[in-house]
Design a protein around this ligand. Structure first.
Ligand code: ATP
Length: 283
């Protein structure tokens, strides 16, 4: 394992009794990058995240965080911001008390940064947690994860429940943190978020990593979608050949007009999860 990575996972394996959580999960998150972790329900995203944070013990595998600079996990956790998919807070605490309470576990003054984050996310500081909407509760989780300006963010479905304006602000904060040198590893079901904001991504299915790479690495290896009009009919093909042969392929179609598109991340996800194929037939 080299020295450029915020997170390195090698051969992670976790069974819950006889039930598989993940097997042979390996990938690396580089410093400064936003890395998306994409998978269907029950595919192993939370299991991987829980292993990373020491919340559960993997059966096998190596995990190295922050270049191994902090040999003890409890010291590394001081430099990590974690947001679970469903944060649990004391319902009778006010928002400002909850955030200050979370800040106490870090050995630094987080007050200036937490005020800034609360202002950006428009949080009602004096309300009790029990009185908050789901989206506002999510925002409290975001402030708790970011307020100590961690080197590594580990976020489990961070944007679900946020309105579009708050999603935009959330991503602005993440980009700002990563621009300043932090790294962000986040799981999401929202393909558009992964496509727009993540530098690289991993796709996990049934506890196995299927692919790791940039969006173009992942979709570049997939067939292009061809839509064409011929004799007043609309038809579809998928083309998996070389770029050089594409022109000849299009000429052979003898179409009146055509459109060639890269597959979308949604197509890719559907491809790996082998759902319906949108009516496209293979070339
Ligand atoms: N405590 C547990 N006991 C037994 N099986 C578990 C436990 N936690 C998770 N699993 C199983 O491990 C597999 C991976 O679950 P995990 O929660 O990691 O998926 P996920 O990708 O986070 O799903 P989601 O998107 O629905 O949150 C699933 O088959 C799940 O049923």
């Amino acid at each position: 394992m080299t020295g450029r990575y915020a997170m390195e996972i090698d051969g992670l394996y976790k069974y819950y009794g006889k039930y598989k959580g993940v097997s042979d999960v390996s990938f690396k998150v580089k410093k400064g990058e936003i890395f998306g972790f994409l998978g269907a329900n029950g595919s192993g995203k939370s299991t991987t995240i829980r292993c990373l944070l020491g919340l559960i013990h993997p059966g096998k595998g190596k995990i190295r965080l922050l270049d191994g600079r902090y040999p003890k996990l409890k010291d590394a956790l001081q430099h990590i911001g974690y947001m679970p998919s469903e944060s649990m807070f004391y319902p009778q605490m006010r928002v400002k008390e909850t955030i200050a309470f979370a800040a106490k576990s870090y050995r630094k003054d987080c007050s200036a940064e937490s005020s800034r984050l609360c202002r950006i996310l428009d949080l009602p500081l004096d309300k009790k947690i029990a009185e908050l909407s789901l989206g506002n509760r999510k925002k409290v989780g975001i402030v708790c994860a970011l307020q100590h300006q961690p080197e590594l963010l580990i976020l489990d479905e961070p944007t679900s429940g946020l309105d579009p304006l708050m999603q935009e602000r959330f991503w602005m904060l993440i980009k700002e943190a990563c621009h300043a040198g932090a790294s962000c590893f986040l799981s999401s079901h929202i393909l558009e978020d992964i496509r727009t904001y993540c530098d690289r991504m991993a796709i996990i299915k049934d506890g196995d990593i299927l692919k790791v790479g940039t969006l173009s690495d992942l979709i570049g290896s997939q067939p292009k979608k061809i839509t064409f009009w011929k004799d007043g009919q609309l038809e579809f093909r998928s083309y998996a050949g070389s770029g050089g042969d594409l022109l000849a392929y299009l000429q052979d179609l003898q179409a009146d007009d055509f459109l060639v598109e890269e597959p979308s991340l949604a197509d890719l996800f559907r491809h790996y999860y082998q759902e319906e194929k949108n009516g496209f037939t293979d070339a």
